[in-house]
Design a protein around this ligand. Sequence first.
Ligand SMILES: NC(=O)N[C@@H](CC(=O)O)C(=O)O
Ligand SMILES: [Zn+2]
Ligand SMILES: [Zn+2]
Length: 410
Amino acid sequence: MYDLVLKGKFLTGGKLIEGSIRVSDGKILRVSTGELKGEETIQIGRGKVILPGLIDVHVHLRDFDQRKKETVETGTMAAVHGGITTVFDMPNTQPPVLDVKTFERRKALFEGTAYADYALSFLIRNNCRDAVKAGADFYKIFMGASTGGVFSEDFEGDYSCAPGIVSVHAENAEIIAQNPERPPEAEIRAIKRALNAAEKLGKPLNICHVSTADGIWAILQRNLPWVSFEVTPHHLFLTRKDFEGNPLLKVYPPLRDEEHRRALWRNFSRIPLIASDHAPHTPEDKESGAAGIPGLETEVALLLDAVNRGMLELSDIVEKMHTNPVKIFGIMNKGLEVGKDADFTVVDLKREWTVKPEDFYTKAKWSPWEGRKLKGKVVMTLLRGRIVMEEDEILGKPQGVRINAGKGSA
Ligand SMILES: NC(=O)N[C@@H](CC(=O)O)C(=O)O
Ligand SMILES: [Zn+2]
Ligand SMILES: [Zn+2]
């Protein structure tokens, strides 16, 4: 029984308390405001805070035929480097995860190569029998084409087939066809269609990378308890002006005008999930117009920097990147509770550093925030009681395992 005690300040129930967490065999054994004994004690120093392991529900790890863009290894090293202990892998791979055989191949690929824990997905597009057979942790539907070009001809049919929660790329295919620059209307039209289907079907739906004022208002107004949504750091911190200055910032849905970014912040408290949509491409692919921005190694630090600027609280990060992902996606083995996996993200709120993509583990060694000075950094990541990253070093072998969302053999 490997037994460890983490001592220091930790955030639980939105409150910062001083105490210790006893970990045994990778699980949380006790949480106490007093002293706890263990074979090994890690004292988390002053100025640092222990957060429950942060979860990113929207990550493209590529691999398969796109190992040049990213592999499961490099992408999950980037994850633990950025303070993410569980990643949700997206299925628009080459080949895409559209059948049971490819799902099984992807499942096998992750074993022994992932540095973070992971959730596996299945891409639904007129393939209901395989979708039901695969036993994925979550499902993906594209209403309009994005990277990889696969999208639904019958969104409602695909959504009604899904055996579990669906994450949906909500951009309207017809509008995209007429307006390749994908105006806000493409997202807004698709979100309203998705909400109508969700109202009718009453099945869990998670709307990816919401980027527009009317899009977020439509979701909040409809207020369906089984509908959640994500917002990305690039839509929170960047606008179309940044894209006009740097074509690398091409992303779907596109960076929007300032009024949309402001609308996201005005409704920040009601955003359930922050997810990176980490979408790595090679420099050549970006040159030839590939859409997507890497985000795993900057997302938490950007939010910590914003905490220091008074734009949000530390507890918001825990809520939108730990508590809500666990609740919304039904992750049975995660949570800052006794008996759950001992995953932790240790942050130093006062650490000032400059974003240097050459120090990244992702293969996509560029960032919109290159050269930016940030105040706040992830300094240690623990996965099931073991330190897997400390001060930018990845420690140990890949030991990530599949989450237990009540599916698969996990
Ligand atoms: N967001 C992007 O611009 N690209 C993503 C696909 C997606 O999330 O739509 C990718 O896989 O490259
Ligand atoms: Zn998308
Ligand atoms: Zn994506």
